[in-house]
Write a protein that binds this ligand. Structure first.
Ligand code: IPM
Ligand code: MN
Length: 367
């Protein structure tokens, strides 16, 4: 099969972890005789430096003409001034919006062999296997007005939280379709008691839920959800939430897996038919950021990027065996005790980013 893939490494540890995902992808390509056509594009701070914009038109075109996009991370202190006119983050936000990637799928799985890497009590972590479905192109991140100004009362700022029925219906459908293939439970997260959008969110969750009688629907206020995630995480199956809530909850959920460096994600443009996801130029990215504090040290954990690549094989190309082999390779390498710095809990040796990538890539060849 021919796989046309755009790779956007971005800033900070982005290029370091994406290089390992590419290494593992090459192993998959060789093993299963796929023809990889990879093209790289600029995004984020790197692109601001070279092109004066966080998302050049060439990158948009490249993504639109590829089957899938693999993205690293953007941002860093160099571009962080409060008065900056362009920001690295604008690049990833704009490409999500331009490709219509409204559904961000963030699986959170606590690997048995990493249970001691999490600061939480290990008995809480047994059986943790959930997916956070984060709405990605609306809500507080994108709604207008969004601006800063000053008047006689001083400086002012506004962000807006707005949702249309259509936007909520389509993200709910993604959540319910996913739940059907899993443990048949959806937790819809909102702030029903305070926000109008929360009330609309809950109303529509009930309406869409009524079309899925097999799926249990529960509603949870976002503050309570933040607590339940660390109190009783094994109770969740599919969580569906507004953009900002999903951003915050998924960083919190990463603690369950032992490290931010473990969580992959897929940003999709929808569901088709009853149970298959569309494969139109979706984007795959680790949920962690550019981690400028460890940039260039070769110590970042590449697993989130590698697992994001596995999600790409599954959702964009329907290569289920290939995706499972990558996931099994990660699981086995962890089971054998190999750890990057973020995961080490005892005095076992610490693997560099690229050696971890080598181990997983070799494992793929062997499986
Ligand atoms: C994420 C990141 C991004 C977001 C930033 C880099 C804009 O935190 O993917 O979770 O907030 O969506
Ligand atoms: Mn985030």
């Amino acid at each position: 099969m021919k796989l046309n893939i755009a790779i956007l490494p971005g800033d900070g540890v982005g290029p370091e972890v994406i290089a390992e995902a590419e290494k593992v992808l090459n192993s998959v390509g060789e093993k299963f005789k796929h023809d990889l056509a990879i093209e790289k594009g600029l995004i984020g701070g790197d692109s601001i430096d070279k092109m004066g914009t966080a998302l050049p038109e060439e990158t948009v075109k490249l993504c639109q003409t590829s089957d899938a996009v693999l993205f690293g991370a953007v941002g860093g202190p160099k571009w962080d001034s409060a008065s900056a006119k362009v920001r690295p983050e604008d690049g990833i936000l704009a490409i999500r919006k331009q490709l219509g990637l409204f559904a961000n799928i963030r699986p959170v799985k606590a690997y048995k062999s990493l249970i001691h890497s999490s600061p939480l009590k290990s008995d809480l972590l047994t059986g943790v296997d959930m997916v956070i479905v984060r709405e990605l192109t609306g809500g507080l991140y994108f709604s207008k007005p969004k601006k800063r100004w000053a008047n006689k009362n001083g400086r002012q700022g506004v962000d807006t939280l707005r949702y249309s029925e259509k936007e909520i219906v389509r993200i709910m459908r993604v959540a319910f379709e996913l739940a059907l293939k899993r443990k048949c439970k959806v937790t819809s997260v909102d702030k029903f008691n305070v926000l109008e959008t929360g009330r609309l969110w809950r109303e529509i969750a009930n309406e869409v839920g009524s079309q899925y009688p097999q799926v249990q629907l529960e509603h949870m206020l976002v503050d309570n959800a933040a607590m339940q995630l660390v109190r009783n995480p094994a109770n969740f199956d599919v969580i569906v939430s507004e953009n900002t809530f999903g951003d915050i909850l998924s960083d919190e959920a990463a603690v369950l897996t032992g490290s931010m460096g473990m969580l992959p994600s897929a940003s999709l443009s929808g569901v088709i038919a009853e149970s298959t996801f569309t494969s139109k130029a979706s984007l795959y990215e680790p949920i962690h950021g550019s981690a400028p504090d460890i940039q260039g040290k070769g110590i970042a954990n590449p697993i989130a990027a590698i697992l994001s690549m596995a999600m790409m094989l599954r959702y964009s190309f329907g290569l289920l065996d290939e995706a499972s082999i990558v996931e099994s390779a990660v699981e086995e390498v962890l089971y054998e005790g190999y750890r990057t710095a973020d995961l080490v809990t005892d005095d076992s040796p610490v693997l560099s980013t690229s050696v971890m990538g080598d181990y997983i890539s070799n494992k793929v060849k062997l499986l």
